[in-house]
Design a protein around this ligand. Structure first.
Ligand code: ADP
Ligand code: MG
Length: 598
Protein backbone atom coordinates (compact mmCIF):
# COMPACT_ATOMS: atom_id res chain seq x y z
CA UNK A 1 0.00 0.00 0.00
CA UNK A 2 2.81 2.36 0.92
CA UNK A 3 4.61 1.46 -2.29
CA UNK A 4 1.47 2.22 -4.27
CA UNK A 5 1.07 5.64 -2.65
CA UNK A 6 4.68 6.53 -3.53
CA UNK A 7 4.11 5.28 -7.04
CA UNK A 8 1.00 7.42 -7.48
CA UNK A 9 2.78 10.52 -6.19
CA UNK A 10 5.65 9.94 -8.62
CA UNK A 11 3.16 9.54 -11.45
CA UNK A 12 1.44 12.78 -10.49
CA UNK A 13 4.73 14.65 -10.46
CA UNK A 14 6.15 13.14 -13.65
CA UNK A 15 4.55 15.61 -16.11
CA UNK A 16 6.18 18.53 -14.29
CA UNK A 17 9.62 16.97 -14.35
CA UNK A 18 9.78 15.18 -17.67
CA UNK A 19 10.06 16.47 -21.24
CA UNK A 20 7.23 15.46 -23.53
CA UNK A 21 9.25 12.70 -25.22
CA UNK A 22 9.26 10.81 -21.93
CA UNK A 23 5.63 11.54 -21.30
CA UNK A 24 4.76 9.94 -24.62
CA UNK A 25 6.84 6.97 -23.62
CA UNK A 26 5.00 6.80 -20.29
CA UNK A 27 1.70 6.96 -22.14
CA UNK A 28 2.65 3.91 -24.15
CA UNK A 29 3.90 2.12 -21.07
CA UNK A 30 0.52 2.77 -19.49
CA UNK A 31 -1.37 1.49 -22.52
CA UNK A 32 0.71 -1.66 -22.70
CA UNK A 33 0.70 -2.06 -18.94
CA UNK A 34 -3.09 -2.13 -18.97
CA UNK A 35 -3.06 -5.09 -21.35
CA UNK A 36 -0.21 -6.77 -19.42
CA UNK A 37 -2.20 -6.46 -16.19
CA UNK A 38 -4.98 -8.48 -17.78
CA UNK A 39 -2.48 -11.07 -18.94
CA UNK A 40 -0.99 -11.22 -15.49
CA UNK A 41 -4.36 -12.42 -14.24
CA UNK A 42 -5.01 -14.70 -17.20
CA UNK A 43 -1.56 -16.19 -17.79
CA UNK A 44 0.56 -15.36 -14.77
CA UNK A 45 -2.00 -16.36 -12.18
CA UNK A 46 -4.53 -18.49 -14.03
CA UNK A 47 -2.01 -20.29 -16.24
CA UNK A 48 -4.02 -19.69 -19.44
CA UNK A 49 -1.75 -18.57 -22.24
CA UNK A 50 -3.19 -16.10 -24.72
CA UNK A 51 -1.43 -14.75 -27.78
CA UNK A 52 -4.58 -13.00 -28.90
CA UNK A 53 -4.90 -10.02 -26.54
CA UNK A 54 -3.84 -7.50 -29.21
CA UNK A 55 -7.03 -8.36 -31.09
CA UNK A 56 -9.10 -7.19 -28.11
CA UNK A 57 -7.10 -3.96 -28.06
CA UNK A 58 -8.18 -3.67 -31.68
CA UNK A 59 -11.83 -4.22 -30.83
CA UNK A 60 -11.71 -1.32 -28.37
CA UNK A 61 -9.82 0.94 -30.78
CA UNK A 62 -11.92 0.20 -33.84
CA UNK A 63 -15.24 0.46 -32.02
CA UNK A 64 -14.46 3.96 -30.88
CA UNK A 65 -12.95 4.86 -34.25
CA UNK A 66 -16.09 3.74 -36.03
CA UNK A 67 -18.56 5.30 -33.61
CA UNK A 68 -16.87 8.53 -32.64
CA UNK A 69 -16.06 9.48 -36.24
CA UNK A 70 -19.55 8.47 -37.34
CA UNK A 71 -18.20 6.23 -40.09
CA UNK A 72 -20.67 3.54 -39.19
CA UNK A 73 -24.23 4.76 -39.55
CA UNK A 74 -26.29 3.72 -36.58
CA UNK A 75 -30.09 3.43 -36.71
CA UNK A 76 -31.98 6.63 -35.88
CA UNK A 77 -32.82 5.52 -32.36
CA UNK A 78 -29.14 5.09 -31.51
CA UNK A 79 -27.71 8.02 -33.43
CA UNK A 80 -27.39 10.14 -30.27
CA UNK A 81 -24.66 7.78 -29.11
CA UNK A 82 -22.45 8.76 -32.00
CA UNK A 83 -19.54 11.18 -31.75
CA UNK A 84 -19.19 10.54 -28.04
CA UNK A 85 -15.94 8.78 -27.12
CA UNK A 86 -17.26 7.87 -23.66
CA UNK A 87 -20.30 6.10 -25.06
CA UNK A 88 -18.01 4.44 -27.58
CA UNK A 89 -15.92 3.16 -24.68
CA UNK A 90 -19.04 1.58 -23.24
CA UNK A 91 -19.98 0.13 -26.63
CA UNK A 92 -16.46 -1.22 -27.10
CA UNK A 93 -16.49 -2.87 -23.69
CA UNK A 94 -19.88 -4.45 -24.35
CA UNK A 95 -18.78 -5.73 -27.73
CA UNK A 96 -15.59 -7.09 -26.17
CA UNK A 97 -17.59 -8.78 -23.44
CA UNK A 98 -19.73 -10.47 -26.06
CA UNK A 99 -16.77 -11.61 -28.16
CA UNK A 100 -14.87 -12.78 -25.07
CA UNK A 101 -17.79 -14.86 -23.85
CA UNK A 102 -18.29 -16.48 -27.25
CA UNK A 103 -14.55 -17.12 -27.83
CA UNK A 104 -14.01 -18.09 -24.21
CA UNK A 105 -16.77 -20.67 -24.14
CA UNK A 106 -15.30 -22.22 -27.26
CA UNK A 107 -11.61 -22.18 -26.37
CA UNK A 108 -11.18 -22.06 -22.59
CA UNK A 109 -12.19 -25.66 -22.18
CA UNK A 110 -9.35 -26.72 -24.46
CA UNK A 111 -6.38 -27.94 -22.55
CA UNK A 112 -2.64 -28.12 -23.20
CA UNK A 113 -1.44 -26.50 -26.39
CA UNK A 114 -4.93 -26.17 -27.89
CA UNK A 115 -5.71 -23.05 -25.93
CA UNK A 116 -2.67 -21.04 -27.10
CA UNK A 117 -3.36 -22.23 -30.65
CA UNK A 118 -6.96 -21.13 -30.29
CA UNK A 119 -5.86 -17.68 -29.15
CA UNK A 120 -3.52 -17.41 -32.14
CA UNK A 121 -6.39 -18.35 -34.42
CA UNK A 122 -8.73 -15.67 -33.13
CA UNK A 123 -5.91 -13.15 -32.97
CA UNK A 124 -5.24 -13.64 -36.65
CA UNK A 125 -8.85 -13.62 -37.75
CA UNK A 126 -9.78 -10.47 -35.85
CA UNK A 127 -6.68 -8.77 -37.24
CA UNK A 128 -7.67 -9.57 -40.81
CA UNK A 129 -11.20 -8.53 -40.06
CA UNK A 130 -9.98 -5.00 -39.26
CA UNK A 131 -7.89 -4.93 -42.41
CA UNK A 132 -10.49 -6.23 -44.85
CA UNK A 133 -13.55 -4.31 -43.84
CA UNK A 134 -14.02 -1.46 -46.32
CA UNK A 135 -15.88 0.76 -43.90
CA UNK A 136 -13.07 0.45 -41.37
CA UNK A 137 -10.60 1.87 -43.85
CA UNK A 138 -8.87 -1.39 -44.82
CA UNK A 139 -5.10 -1.42 -44.37
CA UNK A 140 -4.92 2.38 -44.48
CA UNK A 141 -7.06 2.69 -41.39
CA UNK A 142 -9.19 5.53 -40.12
CA UNK A 143 -8.26 9.04 -39.12
CA UNK A 144 -10.06 12.03 -37.69
CA UNK A 145 -10.83 10.39 -34.37
CA UNK A 146 -11.93 13.14 -31.98
CA UNK A 147 -10.29 13.83 -28.64
CA UNK A 148 -11.81 12.54 -25.43
CA UNK A 149 -13.49 15.26 -23.43
CA UNK A 150 -13.39 15.36 -19.67
CA UNK A 151 -15.79 17.90 -18.14
CA UNK A 152 -15.97 19.62 -21.48
CA UNK A 153 -12.22 19.86 -21.79
CA UNK A 154 -10.73 17.99 -24.77
CA UNK A 155 -7.61 15.92 -24.02
CA UNK A 156 -5.44 16.84 -26.95
CA UNK A 157 -1.80 16.71 -25.87
CA UNK A 158 0.24 13.78 -24.59
CA UNK A 159 0.35 15.51 -21.23
CA UNK A 160 -3.42 15.68 -21.05
CA UNK A 161 -3.88 12.05 -22.07
CA UNK A 162 -1.25 11.01 -19.56
CA UNK A 163 -3.47 11.46 -16.53
CA UNK A 164 -6.39 9.63 -18.10
CA UNK A 165 -4.26 6.67 -19.19
CA UNK A 166 -2.61 6.27 -15.82
CA UNK A 167 -5.93 6.59 -14.00
CA UNK A 168 -7.05 3.55 -15.95
CA UNK A 169 -3.83 1.71 -15.14
CA UNK A 170 -3.98 2.47 -11.42
CA UNK A 171 -7.62 1.40 -11.22
CA UNK A 172 -6.83 -1.82 -13.07
CA UNK A 173 -3.83 -2.54 -10.86
CA UNK A 174 -5.73 -1.83 -7.68
CA UNK A 175 -8.79 -3.89 -8.59
CA UNK A 176 -6.61 -6.77 -9.76
CA UNK A 177 -4.67 -6.68 -6.50
CA UNK A 178 -7.92 -6.62 -4.51
CA UNK A 179 -9.40 -9.43 -6.53
CA UNK A 180 -6.41 -11.68 -6.00
CA UNK A 181 -6.71 -11.14 -2.26
CA UNK A 182 -10.24 -12.50 -1.92
CA UNK A 183 -12.41 -15.58 -2.02
CA UNK A 184 -12.76 -15.28 -5.79
CA UNK A 185 -9.04 -14.64 -6.04
CA UNK A 186 -8.19 -17.83 -4.23
CA UNK A 187 -10.39 -19.70 -6.69
CA UNK A 188 -8.53 -18.02 -9.54
CA UNK A 189 -5.13 -18.81 -8.05
CA UNK A 190 -6.19 -22.45 -7.72
CA UNK A 191 -6.66 -22.70 -11.51
CA UNK A 192 -2.99 -23.26 -11.96
CA UNK A 193 -2.37 -26.81 -10.80
CA UNK A 194 -5.26 -27.12 -8.38
CA UNK A 195 -8.34 -27.66 -10.51
CA UNK A 196 -9.26 -31.08 -9.11
CA UNK A 197 -8.84 -29.86 -5.55
CA UNK A 198 -10.73 -26.63 -6.18
CA UNK A 199 -13.67 -28.43 -7.76
CA UNK A 200 -13.77 -30.77 -4.78
CA UNK A 201 -14.04 -27.67 -2.57
CA UNK A 202 -16.96 -26.43 -4.64
CA UNK A 203 -15.16 -23.93 -6.88
CA UNK A 204 -16.62 -23.55 -10.36
CA UNK A 205 -13.29 -23.53 -12.16
CA UNK A 206 -14.81 -23.11 -15.63
CA UNK A 207 -16.47 -19.94 -14.41
CA UNK A 208 -13.24 -18.68 -12.83
CA UNK A 209 -11.45 -19.16 -16.14
CA UNK A 210 -14.14 -17.21 -17.92
CA UNK A 211 -13.95 -14.44 -15.34
CA UNK A 212 -10.24 -13.83 -15.81
CA UNK A 213 -10.57 -14.11 -19.56
CA UNK A 214 -13.30 -11.48 -19.61
CA UNK A 215 -11.38 -9.16 -17.28
CA UNK A 216 -8.22 -9.47 -19.39
CA UNK A 217 -10.20 -8.79 -22.56
CA UNK A 218 -11.96 -5.75 -21.12
CA UNK A 219 -8.68 -4.24 -19.97
CA UNK A 220 -7.21 -4.80 -23.41
CA UNK A 221 -10.25 -3.19 -24.99
CA UNK A 222 -10.00 -0.15 -22.71
CA UNK A 223 -6.35 0.15 -23.69
CA UNK A 224 -7.41 0.15 -27.34
CA UNK A 225 -9.92 2.91 -26.71
CA UNK A 226 -7.25 5.07 -25.06
CA UNK A 227 -4.83 4.27 -27.85
CA UNK A 228 -7.25 5.33 -30.57
CA UNK A 229 -7.86 8.69 -28.90
CA UNK A 230 -4.20 9.23 -28.17
CA UNK A 231 -3.18 8.57 -31.78
CA UNK A 232 -6.41 10.01 -33.21
CA UNK A 233 -5.88 7.42 -35.91
CA UNK A 234 -6.06 3.63 -36.19
CA UNK A 235 -4.91 1.00 -38.65
CA UNK A 236 -4.73 -2.77 -38.22
CA UNK A 237 -0.98 -3.17 -37.68
CA UNK A 238 -0.79 -2.68 -33.88
CA UNK A 239 -3.41 -5.35 -33.33
CA UNK A 240 -1.67 -8.26 -35.02
CA UNK A 241 -0.19 -11.41 -33.65
CA UNK A 242 3.26 -9.86 -33.22
CA UNK A 243 1.82 -7.46 -30.68
CA UNK A 244 -0.09 -10.25 -29.01
CA UNK A 245 3.25 -11.93 -28.44
CA UNK A 246 4.77 -8.68 -27.15
CA UNK A 247 2.02 -8.34 -24.55
CA UNK A 248 2.57 -11.88 -23.42
CA UNK A 249 6.28 -11.17 -23.05
CA UNK A 250 5.57 -8.12 -20.91
CA UNK A 251 3.50 -10.18 -18.48
CA UNK A 252 5.98 -13.05 -18.36
CA UNK A 253 9.18 -10.98 -18.29
CA UNK A 254 7.80 -8.74 -15.59
CA UNK A 255 6.99 -11.64 -13.38
CA UNK A 256 4.22 -14.13 -13.34
CA UNK A 257 1.58 -13.51 -10.76
CA UNK A 258 2.45 -10.00 -9.60
CA UNK A 259 0.71 -6.73 -10.34
CA UNK A 260 3.97 -4.83 -10.06
CA UNK A 261 5.60 -7.39 -12.32
CA UNK A 262 3.19 -6.66 -15.16
CA UNK A 263 3.88 -2.92 -14.95
CA UNK A 264 7.60 -3.50 -14.70
CA UNK A 265 7.46 -5.82 -17.71
CA UNK A 266 5.58 -3.26 -19.78
CA UNK A 267 8.09 -0.58 -18.78
CA UNK A 268 11.22 -2.60 -19.41
CA UNK A 269 10.09 -3.96 -22.75
CA UNK A 270 8.80 -0.64 -24.04
CA UNK A 271 11.84 1.33 -22.94
CA UNK A 272 14.46 -1.17 -23.97
CA UNK A 273 12.86 -1.68 -27.37
CA UNK A 274 12.92 2.03 -27.97
CA UNK A 275 16.46 2.28 -26.76
CA UNK A 276 17.77 -0.70 -28.75
CA UNK A 277 15.98 0.58 -31.83
CA UNK A 278 17.93 3.82 -31.62
CA UNK A 279 21.20 2.42 -30.39
CA UNK A 280 21.83 -0.69 -32.43
CA UNK A 281 21.71 0.82 -35.93
CA UNK A 282 24.14 3.49 -34.73
CA UNK A 283 26.48 0.88 -33.31
CA UNK A 284 26.25 -1.37 -36.32
CA UNK A 285 26.23 1.39 -38.87
CA UNK A 286 23.24 0.08 -40.79
CA UNK A 287 19.50 -0.12 -40.46
CA UNK A 288 17.42 -3.19 -39.70
CA UNK A 289 15.34 -4.75 -36.98
CA UNK A 290 18.36 -5.64 -34.90
CA UNK A 291 16.50 -4.86 -31.71
CA UNK A 292 14.29 -7.90 -32.21
CA UNK A 293 17.28 -10.20 -32.40
CA UNK A 294 19.01 -8.81 -29.33
CA UNK A 295 15.69 -8.73 -27.61
CA UNK A 296 15.02 -12.39 -28.22
CA UNK A 297 18.40 -13.34 -26.80
CA UNK A 298 17.90 -11.19 -23.70
CA UNK A 299 14.52 -12.75 -23.08
CA UNK A 300 15.85 -16.27 -23.23
CA UNK A 301 18.64 -15.31 -20.85
CA UNK A 302 16.24 -13.71 -18.40
CA UNK A 303 13.75 -16.55 -18.39
CA UNK A 304 16.61 -18.94 -17.95
CA UNK A 305 17.95 -17.03 -14.96
CA UNK A 306 14.69 -16.22 -13.22
CA UNK A 307 11.51 -18.10 -13.93
CA UNK A 308 9.63 -15.52 -11.92
CA UNK A 309 10.74 -12.77 -14.26
CA UNK A 310 12.21 -9.43 -13.35
CA UNK A 311 9.96 -8.92 -10.38
CA UNK A 312 11.25 -12.24 -9.05
CA UNK A 313 14.79 -10.82 -9.25
CA UNK A 314 13.69 -7.62 -7.53
CA UNK A 315 12.13 -9.62 -4.71
CA UNK A 316 15.22 -11.78 -4.37
CA UNK A 317 17.44 -8.75 -4.18
CA UNK A 318 15.22 -6.93 -1.72
CA UNK A 319 15.06 -10.02 0.48
CA UNK A 320 18.84 -10.05 0.54
CA UNK A 321 19.58 -6.35 0.96
CA UNK A 322 16.65 -4.93 2.85
CA UNK A 323 15.65 -5.83 6.39
CA UNK A 324 12.76 -8.28 6.39
CA UNK A 325 9.49 -6.42 6.88
CA UNK A 326 8.07 -7.46 10.22
CA UNK A 327 4.95 -9.29 9.22
CA UNK A 328 2.79 -9.03 12.24
CA UNK A 329 -0.16 -10.57 10.52
CA UNK A 330 -2.86 -11.09 13.02
CA UNK A 331 -5.33 -13.91 12.90
CA UNK A 332 -8.62 -12.48 11.70
CA UNK A 333 -11.42 -12.43 14.24
CA UNK A 334 -14.99 -12.20 13.06
CA UNK A 335 -18.43 -13.51 13.70
CA UNK A 336 -18.63 -17.25 12.98
CA UNK A 337 -20.18 -18.38 9.71
CA UNK A 338 -23.56 -20.09 9.82
CA UNK A 339 -23.29 -23.87 10.06
CA UNK A 340 -25.04 -26.70 8.33
CA UNK A 341 -27.74 -28.58 10.21
CA UNK A 342 -26.11 -31.94 10.83
CA UNK A 343 -28.06 -35.09 9.97
CA UNK A 344 -29.45 -36.88 13.04
CA UNK A 345 -27.03 -39.30 14.67
CA UNK A 346 -27.29 -42.75 13.17
CA UNK A 347 -28.65 -41.60 9.79
CA UNK A 348 -27.01 -43.35 6.84
CA UNK A 349 -25.13 -40.44 5.33
CA UNK A 350 -23.07 -42.21 2.71
CA UNK A 351 -23.81 -45.55 1.15
CA UNK A 352 -22.24 -47.71 -1.56
CA UNK A 353 -24.58 -50.28 -3.11
CA UNK A 354 -22.99 -53.18 -4.96
CA UNK A 355 -20.28 -50.99 -6.43
CA UNK A 356 -18.13 -52.60 -9.09
CA UNK A 357 -15.33 -50.77 -10.85
CA UNK A 358 -13.36 -52.34 -13.67
CA UNK A 359 -10.22 -50.99 -15.28
CA UNK A 360 -10.13 -53.01 -18.48
CA UNK A 361 -9.78 -56.59 -17.31
CA UNK A 362 -8.90 -55.65 -13.73
CA UNK A 363 -11.74 -55.60 -11.21
CA UNK A 364 -10.58 -53.02 -8.68
CA UNK A 365 -13.87 -53.04 -6.73
CA UNK A 366 -16.14 -56.06 -6.84
CA UNK A 367 -19.77 -55.81 -5.74
CA UNK A 368 -18.89 -53.78 -2.69
CA UNK A 369 -21.49 -52.36 -0.31
CA UNK A 370 -20.97 -50.24 2.77
CA UNK A 371 -22.72 -47.63 4.87
CA UNK A 372 -21.39 -44.74 6.91
CA UNK A 373 -23.65 -43.30 9.61
CA UNK A 374 -23.71 -39.88 11.19
CA UNK A 375 -21.62 -39.90 14.34
CA UNK A 376 -19.53 -42.88 13.32
CA UNK A 377 -16.03 -43.55 12.09
CA UNK A 378 -15.82 -46.35 9.58
CA UNK A 379 -12.42 -47.63 8.55
CA UNK A 380 -11.79 -49.13 5.15
CA UNK A 381 -8.64 -51.18 5.41
CA UNK A 382 -6.81 -53.75 3.36
CA UNK A 383 -3.39 -54.47 1.91
CA UNK A 384 -1.86 -52.39 -0.84
CA UNK A 385 -3.72 -52.64 -4.10
CA UNK A 386 -6.88 -53.96 -2.43
CA UNK A 387 -8.96 -51.24 -4.09
CA UNK A 388 -9.40 -48.81 -1.20
CA UNK A 389 -8.51 -45.67 -3.09
CA UNK A 390 -10.65 -46.77 -6.00
CA UNK A 391 -13.60 -47.09 -3.63
CA UNK A 392 -12.75 -43.76 -2.10
CA UNK A 393 -12.89 -42.16 -5.53
CA UNK A 394 -16.31 -43.65 -6.28
CA UNK A 395 -17.62 -42.43 -2.93
CA UNK A 396 -16.35 -38.91 -3.47
CA UNK A 397 -17.66 -38.68 -7.01
CA UNK A 398 -14.23 -38.40 -8.60
CA UNK A 399 -14.82 -41.70 -10.38
CA UNK A 400 -18.03 -43.42 -11.45
CA UNK A 401 -18.78 -47.07 -10.72
CA UNK A 402 -18.96 -49.45 -13.68
CA UNK A 403 -22.08 -50.78 -11.98
CA UNK A 404 -23.77 -50.14 -8.66
CA UNK A 405 -24.66 -46.90 -6.91
CA UNK A 406 -23.33 -44.39 -4.43
CA UNK A 407 -25.87 -42.50 -2.35
CA UNK A 408 -25.07 -39.34 -0.40
CA UNK A 409 -27.83 -38.45 2.05
CA UNK A 410 -30.16 -40.63 0.04
CA UNK A 411 -29.37 -39.05 -3.34
CA UNK A 412 -27.44 -40.75 -6.07
CA UNK A 413 -24.20 -38.90 -6.75
CA UNK A 414 -23.86 -40.34 -10.22
CA UNK A 415 -22.85 -37.75 -12.80
CA UNK A 416 -23.07 -34.92 -10.28
CA UNK A 417 -19.49 -33.82 -10.31
CA UNK A 418 -17.44 -33.02 -7.27
CA UNK A 419 -18.83 -29.49 -6.90
CA UNK A 420 -22.40 -30.67 -6.39
CA UNK A 421 -21.18 -33.33 -4.03
CA UNK A 422 -19.28 -30.78 -1.99
CA UNK A 423 -22.49 -28.78 -1.82
CA UNK A 424 -24.32 -31.78 -0.37
CA UNK A 425 -21.85 -31.80 2.53
CA UNK A 426 -19.12 -34.24 1.56
CA UNK A 427 -15.55 -33.13 1.96
CA UNK A 428 -12.33 -35.01 1.51
CA UNK A 429 -8.58 -35.06 1.68
CA UNK A 430 -6.36 -36.50 -1.03
CA UNK A 431 -3.98 -39.41 -0.63
CA UNK A 432 -1.39 -37.48 -2.60
CA UNK A 433 -1.73 -34.03 -1.12
CA UNK A 434 -3.17 -31.39 -3.38
CA UNK A 435 -2.47 -27.96 -2.09
CA UNK A 436 -1.25 -24.69 -3.48
CA UNK A 437 2.37 -24.57 -2.29
CA UNK A 438 2.87 -20.86 -2.97
CA UNK A 439 -0.13 -19.83 -0.89
CA UNK A 440 -0.18 -19.59 2.89
CA UNK A 441 -1.61 -22.31 5.09
CA UNK A 442 -4.46 -19.99 6.02
CA UNK A 443 -5.34 -19.24 2.39
CA UNK A 444 -5.20 -22.91 1.46
CA UNK A 445 -7.63 -23.74 4.22
CA UNK A 446 -9.85 -20.81 3.24
CA UNK A 447 -10.37 -22.41 -0.17
CA UNK A 448 -12.24 -25.10 1.73
CA UNK A 449 -14.73 -22.47 2.87
CA UNK A 450 -15.41 -21.31 -0.70
CA UNK A 451 -19.02 -22.49 -0.75
CA UNK A 452 -19.75 -20.66 2.48
CA UNK A 453 -19.17 -17.27 0.87
CA UNK A 454 -21.21 -15.38 -1.70
CA UNK A 455 -19.09 -12.39 -2.66
CA UNK A 456 -18.83 -11.64 -6.36
CA UNK A 457 -15.82 -10.73 -8.44
CA UNK A 458 -17.04 -7.15 -8.55
CA UNK A 459 -17.39 -6.77 -4.80
CA UNK A 460 -13.96 -8.36 -4.35
CA UNK A 461 -12.37 -5.94 -6.84
CA UNK A 462 -13.82 -2.94 -4.98
CA UNK A 463 -13.23 -4.32 -1.49
CA UNK A 464 -16.93 -4.54 -0.69
CA UNK A 465 -16.45 -8.12 0.46
CA UNK A 466 -14.35 -7.38 3.53
CA UNK A 467 -16.94 -8.37 6.13
CA UNK A 468 -17.54 -11.73 4.52
CA UNK A 469 -13.85 -12.17 3.78
CA UNK A 470 -12.86 -11.75 7.40
CA UNK A 471 -15.53 -14.26 8.42
CA UNK A 472 -14.15 -16.77 5.90
CA UNK A 473 -10.58 -16.20 7.05
CA UNK A 474 -11.57 -16.37 10.68
CA UNK A 475 -13.26 -19.71 10.00
CA UNK A 476 -10.14 -20.92 8.18
CA UNK A 477 -7.95 -19.76 11.08
CA UNK A 478 -10.20 -21.64 13.49
CA UNK A 479 -9.77 -24.86 11.50
CA UNK A 480 -6.01 -24.35 11.19
CA UNK A 481 -5.78 -24.05 14.96
CA UNK A 482 -8.08 -27.01 15.40
CA UNK A 483 -5.72 -29.36 13.57
CA UNK A 484 -2.76 -27.93 15.47
CA UNK A 485 -1.11 -25.88 12.71
CA UNK A 486 -1.60 -22.48 14.38
CA UNK A 487 2.15 -21.83 14.45
CA UNK A 488 2.26 -22.16 10.68
CA UNK A 489 -0.78 -20.03 9.85
CA UNK A 490 1.08 -17.69 7.48
CA UNK A 491 3.79 -20.08 6.32
CA UNK A 492 3.68 -21.18 2.71
CA UNK A 493 1.89 -24.50 2.42
CA UNK A 494 4.74 -25.86 0.34
CA UNK A 495 7.18 -25.32 3.20
CA UNK A 496 5.39 -27.72 5.56
CA UNK A 497 6.50 -31.28 6.23
CA UNK A 498 4.44 -33.90 4.43
CA UNK A 499 2.58 -34.97 7.55
CA UNK A 500 1.62 -31.36 8.23
CA UNK A 501 0.45 -30.96 4.64
CA UNK A 502 -1.90 -33.89 5.20
CA UNK A 503 -3.16 -32.24 8.33
CA UNK A 504 -3.68 -29.03 6.39
CA UNK A 505 -5.91 -30.97 4.00
CA UNK A 506 -8.08 -32.05 6.92
CA UNK A 507 -8.43 -28.45 8.06
CA UNK A 508 -9.37 -27.46 4.51
CA UNK A 509 -11.99 -30.19 4.38
CA UNK A 510 -13.39 -29.07 7.74
CA UNK A 511 -13.59 -25.46 6.59
CA UNK A 512 -16.37 -26.49 4.21
CA UNK A 513 -18.54 -27.46 7.20
CA UNK A 514 -19.14 -31.00 5.95
CA UNK A 515 -21.43 -33.65 7.41
CA UNK A 516 -19.33 -36.45 5.98
CA UNK A 517 -15.57 -36.50 5.86
CA UNK A 518 -13.53 -38.83 3.68
CA UNK A 519 -9.88 -39.19 4.56
CA UNK A 520 -7.46 -41.23 2.47
CA UNK A 521 -4.55 -42.36 4.65
CA UNK A 522 -4.49 -39.29 6.91
CA UNK A 523 -2.03 -40.83 9.36
CA UNK A 524 0.63 -41.63 6.78
CA UNK A 525 3.81 -39.71 7.53
CA UNK A 526 2.66 -38.46 10.93
CA UNK A 527 4.72 -38.89 14.08
CA UNK A 528 3.25 -40.73 17.03
CA UNK A 529 2.25 -37.55 18.85
CA UNK A 530 0.68 -36.16 15.72
CA UNK A 531 -1.23 -39.40 15.18
CA UNK A 532 -2.59 -39.19 18.69
CA UNK A 533 -3.69 -35.62 18.13
CA UNK A 534 -5.35 -36.60 14.86
CA UNK A 535 -7.15 -39.47 16.61
CA UNK A 536 -8.44 -37.07 19.26
CA UNK A 537 -9.64 -34.64 16.63
CA UNK A 538 -11.50 -37.33 14.70
CA UNK A 539 -13.11 -38.63 17.89
CA UNK A 540 -14.23 -35.09 18.69
CA UNK A 541 -15.73 -34.65 15.21
CA UNK A 542 -17.55 -37.94 15.62
CA UNK A 543 -19.02 -36.75 18.89
CA UNK A 544 -20.34 -33.71 17.03
CA UNK A 545 -22.23 -36.00 14.67
CA UNK A 546 -19.85 -36.12 11.72
CA UNK A 547 -19.80 -39.25 9.55
CA UNK A 548 -16.18 -40.19 8.87
CA UNK A 549 -14.76 -42.70 6.45
CA UNK A 550 -11.14 -43.46 6.94
CA UNK A 551 -9.01 -45.29 4.42
CA UNK A 552 -5.95 -46.39 6.35
CA UNK A 553 -2.98 -48.60 6.35
CA UNK A 554 -2.00 -48.15 9.96
CA UNK A 555 -3.82 -50.82 11.99
CA UNK A 556 -2.76 -49.51 15.38
CA UNK A 557 -4.13 -46.10 14.54
CA UNK A 558 -7.39 -47.52 13.25
CA UNK A 559 -8.16 -50.12 15.89
CA UNK A 560 -8.20 -47.86 18.91
CA UNK A 561 -10.27 -45.21 17.19
CA UNK A 562 -12.95 -46.41 14.86
CA UNK A 563 -16.43 -47.87 15.42
CA UNK A 564 -16.54 -50.36 12.59
CA UNK A 565 -14.11 -51.77 10.07
CA UNK A 566 -14.55 -52.97 6.51
CA UNK A 567 -11.65 -55.10 5.31
CA UNK A 568 -10.98 -55.38 1.59
CA UNK A 569 -8.75 -57.65 -0.40
CA UNK A 570 -8.54 -58.03 -4.18
CA UNK A 571 -11.38 -55.58 -4.66
CA UNK A 572 -13.81 -57.47 -2.43
CA UNK A 573 -15.11 -56.94 1.04
CA UNK A 574 -13.83 -59.90 3.03
CA UNK A 575 -14.98 -58.94 6.53
CA UNK A 576 -17.04 -56.24 8.18
CA UNK A 577 -17.35 -55.80 11.94
CA UNK A 578 -16.15 -54.25 15.15
CA UNK A 579 -12.41 -53.62 15.44
CA UNK A 580 -11.68 -56.44 17.88
CA UNK A 581 -13.74 -58.94 15.85
CA UNK A 582 -11.98 -58.04 12.67
CA UNK A 583 -8.56 -58.20 14.25
CA UNK A 584 -8.97 -61.85 15.12
CA UNK A 585 -10.62 -62.90 11.91
CA UNK A 586 -8.54 -65.57 10.12
CA UNK A 587 -9.37 -64.20 6.67
CA UNK A 588 -8.00 -60.80 7.69
CA UNK A 589 -4.83 -62.24 9.14
CA UNK A 590 -4.40 -64.22 5.95
CA UNK A 591 -4.92 -61.17 3.74
CA UNK A 592 -2.44 -59.12 5.70
CA UNK A 593 0.16 -61.84 6.02
CA UNK A 594 -0.29 -62.81 2.39
CA UNK A 595 -0.12 -59.20 1.25
CA UNK A 596 2.00 -56.35 2.49
CA UNK A 597 2.35 -56.21 6.25
CA UNK A 598 0.39 -53.33 7.80
P1 ADP B 1 -5.34 -49.34 -2.62
O1 ADP B 1 -5.73 -47.94 -2.45
O2 ADP B 1 -6.14 -50.28 -1.78
O3 ADP B 1 -3.88 -49.57 -2.42
P2 ADP B 1 -6.15 -48.93 -5.35
O4 ADP B 1 -7.61 -48.67 -5.27
O5 ADP B 1 -5.27 -47.77 -5.56
O6 ADP B 1 -5.67 -49.79 -4.11
O7 ADP B 1 -5.89 -49.95 -6.55
C1 ADP B 1 -6.61 -51.16 -6.72
C2 ADP B 1 -6.19 -51.78 -8.01
O8 ADP B 1 -6.73 -51.07 -9.10
C3 ADP B 1 -4.68 -51.83 -8.20
O9 ADP B 1 -4.35 -53.06 -8.82
C4 ADP B 1 -4.43 -50.68 -9.13
O10 ADP B 1 -3.31 -50.93 -9.94
C5 ADP B 1 -5.70 -50.65 -9.97
N1 ADP B 1 -6.03 -49.29 -10.43
C6 ADP B 1 -6.35 -48.25 -9.64
N2 ADP B 1 -6.65 -47.16 -10.37
C7 ADP B 1 -6.51 -47.53 -11.67
C8 ADP B 1 -6.69 -46.87 -12.93
N3 ADP B 1 -7.07 -45.59 -12.99
N4 ADP B 1 -6.47 -47.59 -14.05
C9 ADP B 1 -6.10 -48.88 -14.00
N5 ADP B 1 -5.92 -49.56 -12.87
C10 ADP B 1 -6.12 -48.91 -11.70
MG1 MG C 1 -4.62 -46.14 -1.88
Amino acid sequence: MKALAIFVVLLLLAPFALPSFYLTLLNYIGLYGLVALGLLLLTGVGGLTSFGQAAFVGVGAYTTAALSTGVIELPQALSWTQHSPWLALLAGLLLTLLIAIVLGSMTLRLSGHYLPLGTIAWGISLYYFFGTFEQLGGQTGMSGIPAIEVFGHPLVTAREMYYLIWTFVIIAALTTQNLLDSRQGRAIRALRGGVVMAEAMGVDTARSRMVIFVIASLQASASGWLYAHLQRFVNPSPFGLQHGIDYLFMAVVGGAGQVWGALLGATVITVSKQWLQDLLPQLLGRTGNFEMIVFGCLLILLLHRSRNGLWGLVEQASARWLPKPARSRSVPQAQALPRRVMPPRGEVVLEARNVTRRFGGLVANNDLSLKVHAGEILALIGPNGAGKSTMFNQLSGVDTPTSGQVLLRGQSVEGRGSRAIANLGLSRSFQHVRLLPAMSVLENVAIGAHLRGRSSVFSAAWRLDRAEESRLLSEAAHQVARVGLQDHMFALAGSLALGQQRTLEIARALASDPCVLLLDEPAAGLRLREKQALGELLAKLRSEGMAILLVEHDMDFVMGLVDRVVVMDFGQKIVEGLPHEVQQNPAVLEAYLGGVAP
